[in-house]
Unconditional design. Structure first.
Length: 398
């Protein structure tokens, strides 16, 4: 007997995001879902529902994947989004990883809520895939978010802090998993590295370097991030035992504050000997490059996940609670909080972590095991859910 085919909507995923961390969520989630579908005995096709970055090539391509790019017009009643949702058998909403919150403004919050309401109105099972939950600082937004989550089939927090926050909101169907990007398949780098030197990777976030979108310390850092980066490069680029790599994780764009690559090349010009990683075509290429390093310090969370999931010791440079929440819940305590440290203390802690990289490498291995175990639990849930959807799909009409 042929396996049933079901259509899975992947809401707030991206097929071409210049932010490779966002793209990593899509690629990784697809890998988990394909395994779950095979175990449930179904043939799945996937519809990615999310923004498309203008001018960025689509790197999530497969015969079983359809990409539906959203614009503001798509959210109108009976518009493209509603039609696409009705064509799905269930919808998994990953919220861009950390965007189901009100800290990014009311407009983004409204898009996220309207899309969820369309899924519920269509009578399709809605699952909030592993993500950061909140915060919802305004009472009215908190009430709306709680209402929607309590009508979802299940909400998965990707860290203990988000789980506790959702419990406090009164979310009834709730579970903890981990970030799906721990399952991102890597692509081996084409270049070779000097085996005689310790390969130190530094991921520089242009967003933090320039002070955020408003260029005025938007994230409330107590560390001067630009000074921290310059001091680290000045210290480490001259060491004969090190090979220093600058690793962008957000591809070139029209916005200087989001363009890690251009910033890294400018930094390399003022710090001779520093190597800038090539422009990665997709998240798997970025992970493969990071996996070849001996130590990593990063200000983009998914760049740090690429390191930890490869067993590479890392010093995460955190600008929000999502870092400490995720890595702390996995038992990794090397996160450096840029909102509480001084520039001097953050600088010292990066160098200390570099010296303790052998110990941190062991801890990184444990983190990877714990994350994959939690994602196995999430996959088990998906296998059960897909089986239920299959049974309903195959049930003869009355």
């Amino acid at each position: 007997m042929a396996r049933s085919e079901i259509t899975i909507g992947l809401l707030w995923h991206s097929a071409n995001s210049g932010n490779l961390g966002v793209g990593a969520l899509t690629v990784s989630h697809l890998a988990i879902l394909r395994e779950a579908a095979a175990a449930a005995g179904v043939r799945a096709r996937f519809v990615i529902l999310g923004w498309l970055d203008a001018g960025s090539p689509i790197y999530v391509k497969a015969e079983d994947v359809e990409v539906v790019g959203l614009t503001s017009r798509a959210f109108l009643p009976f518009g493209r989004l509603q039609r696409a949702i009705k064509a799905c058998d269930l919808v998994l909403d990953i919220g861009g990883g950390d965007s189901f919150a009100d800290i990014y403004g009311w407009r983004r919050f409204a898009y996220f809520c309207v899309s969820k309401s369309y899924v519920l109105a269509a009578g399709r099972p809605l699952v909030l895939a592993p993500q950061t939950i909140g915060p919802f600082n305004k009472p009215v937004f908190r009430a709306i978010a709680t209402f929607l989550m309590n009508r979802a089939r299940m909400t998965f927090a990707r860290d203990a802090l988000s789980l506790a926050y959702a419990k406090d909101l009164g979310i009834k169907r709730l579970s903890e998993a981990s970030d799906v990007a721990f399952r991102l398949p890597p692509t081996a780098p084409s270049m070779t590295f000097d085996p005689s030197k310790t390969k130190f990777g530094l991921n520089v976030s242009a967003l933090l370097y320039f002070g955020g979108y408003n260029r005025s310390n938007m994230f409330g850092l107590t560390v001067d991030f630009a000074e921290l980066v310059d001091r680290l490069l000045s210290e480490l680029a001259g060491r004969e035992d090190l090979e220093v790599h600058l690793v962008p994780h957000v591809r070139p764009s029209d916005s200087e504050v989001e363009d890690d690559g251009t910033l890294c090349r400018k930094l390399a010009e003022s710090h001779p000997g520093v190597i800038v990683a090539p422009s990665f075509a997709n998240p798997s290429e970025a992970k493969g490059y990071i996996a070849a390093l001996d130590f990593f310090a990063g200000a983009r969370m998914h760049a740090c996940i690429a390191a930890l999931s490869s067993g590479v010791p890392v010093a995460p440079l955190a600008y929000s609670r999502k870092f400490g929440g995720l890595f702390g819940s996995l038992g990794y305590d090397a996160t450096i909080d840029l909102k509480t440290e001084t520039t001097d203390s953050a600088y010292s802690k990066v160098l200390e972590a570099l010296e303790q990289r052998a110990v941190l490498a062991v801890e990184a291995g444990h983190v990877k095991e714990r994350a994959l175990q939690r994602l196995d639990g999430y996959k088990s849930f998906l296998i059960t859910l897909l089986g239920e959807v299959k049974d309903r799909h195959d049930k003869p009409s009355a």
